[in-house]
Design a binder for this molecule. Structure first.
Ligand code: SAM
Length: 238
């Protein structure tokens, strides 16, 4: 079973939003597992300290390497288990990486706090730094939840209809086409006629064109990457 192990100073934050709706039902149904472990349990002094002042000075506190390394070791990650640390300076999370993580055994995820984590434990335990965007959260827990949620919805049996994940944003390097439902008329705006025509071929072509136009307009970076991937290399014939 796919299982996420989260190392955090706030295990009470879990499952939190992961315990409701799609992910929550799947968790209750045993389709995936979650363990939130308290980093503080690996502290060794009587104050259960986990942090200290930054070497070289500066504001805030830093999570200690020895305490965090002990917490990671106590979680006994398997050799094939990805070891991640949520970090704003990490590689931005993508749907491709999410799909890759969903295919594996489930990651061990370290949630940082304070000013961050002593670099030596990141190096010594070969932690992969993962970011959920170019902004700074106060801790890694919400970032870890975002990553877990994105993985869980791809696990077998979690989503009712397989197509939901193969057709949505990023699956083909495009944003998703616009969606509509009843009522047919909303504040003078009608559902595009083609969607109610019953012609599946025309609907598919319209959706593809809309997805391409939206991607060009809203995410020119994604559009450039997608079209570059599709273009034949120089000297290569189609
Ligand atoms: N001083 C750090 C810096 O400037 O990069 C920020 C530390 S932040 C206040 C505390 C923790 O929140 C980080 O160690 C990380 O685990 C988590 N975090 C903050 N922003 C994040 C992001 N965009 N993606 C993933 N994790 C993030």
């Amino acid at each position: 079973m796919w299982r996420a192990t989260v190392l955090t100073l706030f295990p009470e934050m879990f499952p939190g939003p992961l315990g409701v709706s799609l992910a929550g039902r799947a968790l209750a149904g045993g389709l995936w597992g979650l363990e939130a472990r308290d980093i503080r349990d690996s502290a060794t002094d009587r104050h259960r300290s986990v942090d200290d002042t930054p070497a070289g000075g500066g504001p805030g506190m830093v999570l200690r390497a020895d305490v965090l390394a002990a917490a990671i070791d106590a979680a006994t990650p398997t050799p094939d288990q990805p070891r991640l640390v949520m970090s704003p300076r990490g590689r931005p999370l993508t749907q491709a990486r999410v799909a890759d993580l969903a295919r594996g055994p489930g990651p061990l995820i370290v949630c940082g706090r304070f000013e961050g984590i002593d670099q030596r434990v990141i190096d010594a335990r070969a932690l992969e730094e993962v970011s959920i965007g170019d902004y700074v959260l106060s801790g890694g827990e919400i970032a870890a939840m975002a990553l877990i949620d994105a993985c869980v919805r791809l696990l077998p049996g979690v989503m009712g209809k397989l197509d939901s994940s193969t057709e949505e944003s990023f699956s083909a390097g495009l944003l998703e086409y616009p969606q509509y439902t009843r009522p047919q008329l909303f504040e003078g705006r009608a559902i595009p006629e083609i969607l109610t025509s019953g012609d599946h071929g025309k609907v598919a072509a319209w959706r593809q064109a809309e997805a391409e136009a939206l991607t060009q307009a809203l995410r020119p970076d994604l559009w450039a990457a997608t079209t570059a991937k599709k273009a034949p290399a120089k000297g290569e014939s189609r």
